[in-house]
Design a protein around this ligand. Structure first.
Ligand SMILES: Nc1ncnc2c1ncn2[C@@H]1O[C@H](COP(=O)(O)OP(=O)(O)OP(=O)(O)O)[C@@H](O)[C@H]1O
Length: 251
């Protein structure tokens, strides 16, 4: 084990800023996520969640600020095999079967044949796709494509999983089993960063980062956020915190 992998901080962001043209999408966002944490990013559409996790995964680059993943400054190509990234839109080969897609990405991650075959079976079972692996992805429903993308992100047992709305289009029963698996992975040391719009998913995270207009308005456990705001739900807490931030900005 290297010194880097003993680092207890998985994600360290300091004053991360990102603009597209004149629009500042991330505005000095700072955040620390510990190894093994299941961390939820919550915020309205357009608040900067996807931009932030793309920067964490090394797919995009901050204009200013510092990004360290597992102690390594990002972006860094060599880090990619240590991450599992599931984008919001599925990056799959439609003409290939589910199994062929998994094999393609598994080889990219450097998995050898026996490990690859074992992991294809394990992750396909996890997302309930085992019976469909022989079919071309073009014939999959939207939810099946999401499930395949999730299985691919898990293939190489990454140290950090970065999931952008992983359960959109997935039925409630399977959604629950996927979340159970996320808990198991995190208990076993995988750091998981997940964006969500679903409040009951947010409540299952160890900690939440509430993001609004590219800035964190709160970072705490779900219970801590409720206690701090006196709100009955995370949704209500978000509104309360947004109003406080607006009031603070006007004052
Ligand atoms: N490559 C890009 N070029 C220009 N604008 C961009 C680019 N990527 C993101 N944006 C803009 O940045 C803002 C934040 O986008 P982002 O996808 O990070 O939000 P989000 O919080 O993930 O939203 P959602 O929940 O809808 O996915 C949006 O206004 C979006 O249009």
């Amino acid at each position: 084990m290297t010194i880097v992998s003993q680092h207890s901080t998985a994600v360290a962001l300091k004053n991360v800023t990102r603009a597209f043209g004149h629009r500042t999408v991330l505005d000095r966002a700072s955040l620390t996520i510990h190894r093994g944490e299941l961390f939820g990013l919550l915020g309205p559409s357009g608040s900067g969640k996807t931009t932030l996790i793309k920067i964490m995964a090394g797919i995009d680059r901050a204009d200013a600020g510092e990004v360290h993943m597992l102690g390594v400054p990002m972006p860094k190509l060599e880090m990619l095999h240590r991450f599992g990234y599931m984008a919001q839109s599925d990056a799959l080969y439609m003409e290939l079967t589910g199994r062929q897609n998994m094999a393609f990405f598994g080889k990219l991650y450097g998995l050898r044949r026996s490990a690859l075959n074992r992991r294809i079976e394990e992750t396909a079972a996890l997302v309930d796709l085992a019976e469909h692996l022989g079919n071309p992805v073009a014939a999959y429903s939207g939810g099946m494509k999401r499930r395949l993308s999730l299985a691919i992100a898990l293939l190489h047992e990454p140290e950090i999983l970065v999931l952008d709305e992983p359960t959109v289009g997935i039925d409630p029963v399977l959604r629950q089993s996927i979340w159970q698996e996320l808990h198991v992975l995190s208990r076993n040391g995988t750091t998981i960063i997940v964006t969500t719009h679903v409040m009951d998913e947010a409540e299952q995270c160890d900690r939440l980062g509430l993001i609004r207009e590219g800035r964190f308005i709160a970072t705490d456990t779900p219970a801590g956020i409720l206690q701090h705001t006196g709100a009955a739900s995370i949704e209500e807490a978000f509104i309360t915190l947004s109003q406080r931030t607006e009031g603070g900005a006007r004052a």
